[in-house]
Design a protein around this ligand. Structure first.
Ligand SMILES: [Fe+2]
Ligand SMILES: [Fe+2]
Length: 407
């Protein structure tokens, strides 16, 4: 082999090496560009996100794209209990993971959250991961955990898992950490709003419970009226928001009864005129209470008009309103309320069947009740029948993610 050949081979080798280095650099630049693009998209998208889970699902997608991890878990840090609580898991072991709470400092993720320093644990041993998934089989797993911190406040931690012997690299750690650090800022701000919105749902639950404690005979009534109203509103083709307003209106329609004395509310014999007058004030009292919460303002008409007749009779007597001028949710809750009253046992009254209730309501189509709502009742009677006389707990029924859509 001549010297020229050797020089040529060396040049080719150098070129191949250069191509390899360049390819590696290009891949790195592409990955960095992906992270920058994702942060940009997140800055546009995250402020509009309506819930924590929507936000976390988005973070999960980006983190899995960056690291090519198989699994993702988000732990929410609860300061009061000092626990990391798994709040979202995109994982084969979802069931087990969601049951496993970690103390700060416990397990790999717990240690990362405590030190507030992201880390990699490639080829983790069974002991390393048993804190996360107690009954894990003996697979070769690698872990990458990132703490979510903003303004010195620990918000939670993210755990990424690779299965089958694949490992994480320093570059995965760096890029996924950059993304998490930046979105943690958005998350912190959104978290305050989410917490406030959760407070609203808790407030609705507290209001409903206060009526139920006051008048156990109507326990379950408010919730069933909420469900009936939702079905009727949906059958009438109302918008998603108006369907929700009707539902919450149903939950809260009798809230004004908290202001009525027990001896009147629970009286089994017939009521005197003055006592009737008191009872008839409950829609206005309820509307007054709920109108104090600005974010529930659209629910107020459901409460105010649920005893107002379509032909203008009923109460409140001092409000001169009739027909389609009565807000739709008031006309809907009126039918839902009558339906539940007829089909359930109350003091001095035995429940009747759903067909009988529909028959009675149809008799008042156009006088007491809006003909369109009555038609919707007939149309949806099969769906309605599933909720008749069913006992519900408001805590199980008030869907947080759904309710905040009206705020
Ligand atoms: Fe009522
Ligand atoms: Fe009622």
């Amino acid at each position: 082999m001549s010297l020229l050949h050797v020089i040529l081979m060396l040049i080719i080798l150098a070129l191949l090496l250069l191509i390899l280095v360049l390819a590696f650099q290009i891949r790195k630049i592409e990955k960095e560009k992906f992270v920058i693009d994702s942060i940009y998209k997140a800055s546009k998208k995250l402020p509009e996100m309506g819930s924590r889970s929507e936000f976390i699902r988005y973070v999960c997608k980006i983190e899995k794209d960056i690291t090519k991890a198989n699994e993702f878990v988000y732990f929410r840090y609860n300061e009061a209990t000092d626990l990391l609580i798994p709040a979202y898991a995109d994982s084969f072991y979802k069931k087990q993971i969601l049951r496993t709470k970690l103390k700060l400092g416990e397990g790999f993720t717990g240690r990362v959250a405590l030190s507030r320093k992201a880390g990699i644990l490639n080829h983790a041993t069974k002991t390393d991961i048993s804190k996360h998934i107690p009954d894990i089989p003996n697979y070769d797993l690698s872990l990458l955990a990132i703490p979510m911190v903003f303004n010195d406040t620990l918000l939670g931690a993210i755990l990424l898992v690779k299965l089958g012997g694949s490992t994480f690299r320093e570059e995965d750690l760096k890029l996924s950490e950059i993304f998490v650090n930046i979105v943690s800022g958005f998350f912190f701000t959104k978290n305050l709003i989410f917490t406030m919105q959760e407070g609203v749902v808790q407030l609705i639950i507290a209001l409903v419970k206060s009526v139920e404690y006051k008048d156990p005979y109507t326990a379950g009534h408010s919730i069933r009226v909420g469900h009936f109203s939702e079905i009727l509103a949906r059958t009438m083709g109302l918008s998603e928001r108006d369907v929700l307003i009707a539902k919450i209106g149903g939950f809260l329609h009798d809230i004004g009864k908290i202001a009525i004395k027990d001896n009147i509310l629970k009286k089994e014999s017939s009521l005197q005129d003055a006592e009737w007058q008191k009872i008839r004030q409950h829609p206005e009292i309820g509307a007054d209470v709920v109108s104090k919460f600005r974010f529930l303002k659209d629910v107020v008409p459901c409460i105010l008009y649920h005893h107002k007749w379509f032909d203008g009779r009923g109460y409140p007597e001092n409000i001169n309103i009739r027909g389609k001028d009565i807000p739709i949710c008031g006309r809907i809750v009126a039918v839902a309320d009558a339906l539940d009253a007829i089909t359930t046992d109350r003091p001095g009254y035995s429940s009747r069947s759903l067909p009988w209730a529909i028959y009675k309501i149809v008799q008042r189509r156009g006088t007491q009740f809006d003909p369109d709502v009555v038609d919707a009742l007939i149309k949806s009677s099969k769906e309605i029948s599933m909720f008749v006389r069913k006992e519900f707990k408001i805590e199980d029924t008030a869907n947080y993610e759904e309710i905040i859509k009206i705020l």
